[in-house]
Design a binder for this molecule. Structure first.
Ligand SMILES: Cc1cc2nc3c(=O)[nH]c(=O)nc-3n(C[C@H](O)[C@H](O)[C@H](O)COP(=O)(O)OP(=O)(O)OC[C@H]3O[C@@H](n4cnc5c(N)ncnc54)[C@H](O)[C@@H]3O)c2cc1C
Length: 412
């Protein structure tokens, strides 16, 4: 067993882990990132939000990804039964970025991780954190096992859990509240899309709604180089009811949505189809005496509004000040400085996600006579500006949205 010491141990080198590692290294701390896989590795979640661009710029990470040649994203198109409605990010309530990217996450995450290393963090790939002992205050001890079975006891002063869906600390500490959301499942892959339809705008994510299953929806995310990410989400029993191999089930599901079926008629399904189920969970507390939970390790509801990477980057930005201050001996109000803003952002997305699955939000999106100011406010939410409390749909999301959904509902 090797024994090692560091100031901050980061579990996971995804967007949250790489960003917090870079920011803490900037402040002069010894940072050790433990990542169980080897990068580049596949990750789902290609559609970014314009708010990510602010976060990448604030974290000094933008230059690491801006020349990667990713597909530009300028908006969102919702489609149901061959009618479309689009939101573009150039007409927003909140001043901000009018575009972002649709990225190959394997490449995006790898570039961010290399940037963290360049800024001084130590990255260890093929290293899985198995457990963390918090018994000694100020000296958490991580048990780490390498691909080659070597074992390391790493003592840190603070632990950042950025382990994504694995949520290492919530599971070890009993903070995981899985089952708080209705069960949903997903099938997804990358294809060579061969789309040449003149009405397809590659710079928008397309969200399709199943014609007869209101809880089933699809994404089509155009990537660079003629490739695309496609996926379907729905109740597990509906996805399990489709026939055949995962790729056949995904193709069958796509065949049931007229617009996507046409767009993807010539697509080559040349990559492995991924599956995930019951991906939603809530976490009881986002920080403790010697740790903080970042990104997906701090909770995940649903990918419908592409909020995951935005929350991951924001949580890293919000955590760096409190961690730095705590390690320098200052008192930190973690609830105010870290947990409250992260939960506030999650809450806005969650209220929109709930309205989406209730089936009421689509009436707002497809409203034929929309109020233009309200539409700019909704655009800003879709762009990820969920911390701008001058937007009424951020300040009081549930009540405002419920009223709007009621006003836009079709007459009974
Ligand atoms: C179907 C689906 C579609 C999605 N689409 C989008 C989208 O379009 N846009 C978007 O923004 N988000 C999307 N998301 C969410 C997005 O994938 C995540 O929110 C995002 O990846 C979170 O980043 P992270 O840094 O928190 O975690 P991750 O990117 O998951 O990184 C966590 C890292 O921790 C490592 N790790 C795990 N356990 C251990 C361990 N024990 N020891 C060491 N390392 C460990 C993992 O290998 C991984 O590399 C989607 C999610 C799903 C399920």
């Amino acid at each position: 067993m090797n024994t090692e010491q560091t100031d901050i141990a980061v579990i996971g080198a995804g967007p949250a882990g790489a960003t917090i590692a870079a920011l803490l290294a900037d402040r002069g701390w010894r940072v050790t990132v433990l990542e169980r896989s080897h990068f580049p590795r596949f990750a789902v979640g290609e559609s970014l939000l314009p708010r990510c661009m602010d976060a990448l710029a604030d974290a000094g990470m933008l230059h690491a990804v801006e020349h990667a040649g990713y597909q530009i994203k300028r908006g969102v198109t919702f489609t149901e039964n061959d009618r479309d409605t689009s939101f573009t990010f150039d007409d927003q309530f909140t001043p901000g970025w009018s575009w972002t990217w649709q990225v190959l996450r394997a490449d995006f995450d790898h570039r961010l991780a290399l940037e963290a290393e360049h800024r001084g963090a130590t990255l260890r790939f093929g290293q899985t954190v198995e457990s963390v002992d918090f018994e000694t205050p100020g000296a958490p001890r991580l048990s780490v096992v390498g691909d080659d079975d070597t074992r390391t006891a790493l003592t840190a002063r603070f632990v950042c859990d950025a382990s994504g869906f694995a949520r290492v600390l919530p599971r070890l500490l009993g903070l995981d509240r899985t089952g708080s959301a209705p069960p949903r499942a997903a099938l997804f892959t990358h294809v060579a899309d061969h789309i040449d339809a003149p009405d397809y705008q590659r710079d928008r994510i397309v969200i399709g709604i199943h014609p007869s299953q209101p809880e089933v929806w699809y994404w089509l995310i155009g990537l660079a180089g003629g490739r695309a990410s496609v996926g379907v989400i729905g109740p597990p029993e509906w996805l399990h009811g489709l026939d055949g191999t995962p790729v056949e089930r995904l193709q069958q599901a796509i065949g049931e949505e007229p617009r996507l079926a046409r767009l993807l008629a010539d697509a080559e399904f040349d990559s492995r189809v991924g599956q995930t189920e019951n991906y939603a969970y809530d976490i009881a507390a986002l920080h403790g005496r010697d740790y903080a939970l970042l990104g997906n390790a701090a909770g995940f509801v649903d990918p419908i509004f592409s909020s995951g990477v935005t929350i991951a980057l924001e949580s890293a930005l919000r955590a760096v000040g409190p961690i730095d201050a705590q390690l320098r001996g200052s008192d930190v109000d973690w609830d105010t400085e870290f947990e409250a803003p992260i939960r506030a952002g999650q809450r806005v997305f969650t209220s929109f996600i709930s309205a989406w699955y209730r089936g009421t939000l689509k009436h707002v999106f497809f409203n034929p006579t929309p109020d233009t100011t309200i539409r700019t406010m909704l655009s800003s939410i879709l762009a990820g500006y969920v911390w701008d409390t001058s937007n009424p749909y951020v300040a009081v999301p549930e009540r405002r949205l419920e009223t709007l959904c009621r006003l836009c509902a079709p007459a009974a």
